[in-house]
Write a protein that binds this ligand. Structure first.
Ligand code: 13P
Length: 250
């Protein structure tokens, strides 16, 4: 059975005091949640402080990016080991905003995924098509390519900590979400492609999330799809009560 994972991606929001306040509220509001795994991904500057607050609770800590080297002269970068060192559980890799604004390629994503898994981090690898690609009928092809390239050469023994998030670019921050059924179809395809790389057994256990304008009002539609194993939430994760409502979709 795949335990649902609901993850808040705080992006470049929240100072340290704001992050601490938000996670303290979540800790109280979500204290009795057992059927859903919950993770929050604050900016790098707030990781340690948020980690202190959630220590001993069921909430997990995620980062939003990393670099693939262990250490070195890479000004401005953060290694997987630096994240595990401060108790980070997950790292989002290949978010469409990183691909669009920071020119991350599938090859970069692949190196990051492998380095993060090798360091023992859980990985949430993001894939998704743009509006132009969707209109041109290229959704399946684009997403298949991102999954194939992102997971190329992965050690199957490390793949049990891998999560994939399907985030159609046109649905991110736009208020325009995919339908549950559309998302489920793409996610079913992602699982088939992943199975070709990591094997049927691991792919069957792998969580594949939907992301893109997830809100308290539409989370049920996604979670009603057996193929969809949770959500990567942006804007609606910045407010404690809306994120808590999403986690308690049942
Ligand atoms: P929104 O929920 O704000 O659309 O963002 C989705 C996202 O990018 C999560 O990673």
């Amino acid at each position: 059975m795949r335990k649902p994972l609901i993850m808040g991606n705080w992006k470049m929001y929240k100072t340290v005091p704001e992050a601490v306040r938000l996670v303290k509220q979540l800790k109280v509001m979500l204290a009795d949640t057992v059927d859903v795994e919950i993770a929050v991904c604050p900016p790098f500057t707030a990781l340690q402080a948020v980690g202190e607050v959630i220590k001993g609770s069921a909430l997990k800590l995620g980062a939003q990016n990393l670099f693939w080297e262990k250490e070195g002269a890479y000004t401005g970068e953060i290694s997987p080991e630096m994240l595990t060192d401060i108790g980070v559980d997950y790292c989002i890799i290949g978010h469409s905003e990183r691909r669009a604004y920071f020119h991350e390629t599938d090859a970069d994503v692949n190196r990051k995924v492998k380095a993060a898994l090798a360091a023992g981090l859980g990985v949430v690898m993001c894939v998704g098509e743009t509006l132009e690609q969707r209109r041109a009928g290229l959704t399946q092809r684009v997403v298949e390519e991102q999954v194939t390239n992102g997971l190329a050469g992965l050690e199957v023994s490390q793949a049990d900590k891998l999560v994939i998030a399907y985030e159609p670019v046109w649905a991110i921050g736009t208020g325009e979400n995919a339908t549950g059924q559309d998302a489920a179809e793409v996610i079913a395809m992602i699982r088939r492609v992943a199975a070709g790389i990591v094997g049927e057994e691991i792919a069957a256990e792998m969580r594949i999330l939907y992301g893109g304008s997830v809100k308290p009002g539409n989370i049920k539609e996604f979670m009603a799809q057996p193929e969809i194993d949770g959500a990567l939430v942006g804007g609606a994760s910045l407010d404690a009560s809306s994120f808590a409502q999403i986690v308690r979709y049942n």
